[in-house]
Design a protein around this ligand. Structure first.
Ligand SMILES: Nc1ncnc2c1ncn2[C@@H]1O[C@H](COP(=O)(O)OP(=O)(O)OP(=O)(O)O)[C@@H](O)[C@H]1O
Ligand SMILES: [Mg+2]
Length: 306
């Protein structure tokens, strides 16, 4: 549905995007994960025709979006990274202004405003000035604005930055609901937990390049070490370490042993059977799968959080 074809963008000498291609299918919740300065916002701005790429094209349903193409922009809702609202006006007045910019008629606009306020749970605050809103409420109103013209595609640029956990969960629920109703979503974030939780497919971007893409499972399966098994160091497990060594490679840390099982022991059932014979209770064992942080580290040698 949304195709990003070989996009390149340079600012002076800085390559912000280098040959970026993505193909986002209708109804997908697609994540673009990358650290600060990776090029996420630049790509969003090119998709909505606000910035002109040096090379490459963007198409929606096979139609090219040209620079400053207002007609095509109607198919897209954009939730910008920086809150874009009139702080001195009420929530309702903001929605009227943006709705008129989208060319909505009076009746249509009134019913749409009711609908989006309901969705972002701000109906009872509609008359209040935006400057009196909390960070989370401003974010939710920012989202409401992007939905007024009922776009097929929603671009969300880090919509949870500076938001408390409760409001963040509310935003996640709203976006999931919109996706279930058929909206195609492109979501940028530098929080791997958000990408893991929300996105059916994702791409990781670093220094303007897409370094990998796929489902969470596809990305984790690229790793040699897909999961870690930790055995807590206790008076009870310490004298069993020689036998644990038989299961695979063991590294000793301050408070636990980390086991990388041999291929023939890779089934959890085999490992737990061994632990049972060794009389190591399951309460002392922790299995955790690799994360997108591990994928990023593996591909770049750096941490996503740096
Ligand atoms: N208008 C501009 N002029 C010059 N450089 C720019 C401009 N816009 C972005 N850049 C540079 O392009 C690179 C990518 O920036 P961009 O804002 O797209 O990153 P981002 O992934 O959105 O980062 P963040 O997570 O911090 O929002 C950065 O190095 C940034 O400094
Ligand atoms: Mg950004």
């Amino acid at each position: 549905m949304l195709k990003i074809n070989h996009i390149e963008k340079t600012f002076d000498n800085l390559v912000a995007l280098a040959n970026v291609s993505l193909n986002i299918e209708k109804g997908e919740f697609f994540g673009l994960l990358g650290p600060n300065g990776a090029g996420k916002t630049t790509l969003m701005n090119i998709i909505i025709g606000y910035l002109q790429p040096d090379i490459g094209t963007i198409t929606v349903d096979d139609e090219i979006i040209m620079y400053e193409d207002l007609e095509m922009r109607k198919k897209i809702g954009y939730v910008p990274q920086d809150i874009s609202l009139y702080l001195e006006l009420s929530a309702y007045q903001n929605l009227i202004i943006f709705g008129k910019l989208y060319g909505l008629g009076k009746n249509e606009l009134e019913s749409k405003i009711d609908e989006v306020l309901e969705l972002v749970q701000l109906t009872d605050r509609k008359k209040d000035l935006v400057k009196e809103f909390s960070g989370g409420m401003k974010r939710r109103l920012n989202l409401a604005v992007s939905l007024l013209h009922d776009p097929q595609i929603l671009l969300c640029d880090e919509p949870t930055v500076g938001v408390d956990p409760q409001s963040r969960n509310a935003i996640f629920d709203m976006l999931t609901k919109l996706n279930q109703k058929g909206k195609t979503i492109l979501y940028t974030t530098h929080y791997m937990e958000e990408a893991e939780r929300l996105c059916s497919r994702l791409a990781i971007i670093d220094h303007g390049k897409i370094i990998t893409q796929g489902t969470l499972l596809d990305l984790i399966n690229q790793l040699d070490q897909k999961e870690t098994i930790k055995i807590q160091k206790t008076a009870h497990t310490k004298d069993k370490i020689d036998s644990i060594n038989n299961l695979g490679h063991v590294t000793e840390y301050d408070f636990y042993y980390e086991l990388l099982p041999k291929e023939e022991n890779s089934q959890h059932s085999t490992i737990f059977k061994h632990f049972e014979t060794l009389n190591i209770p399951s309460q002392f064992i922790e299995i955790s799968r690799a994360s997108l942080e591990d994928v990023f580290l593996n591909l770049t040698g750096r941490s996503l959080r740096d």
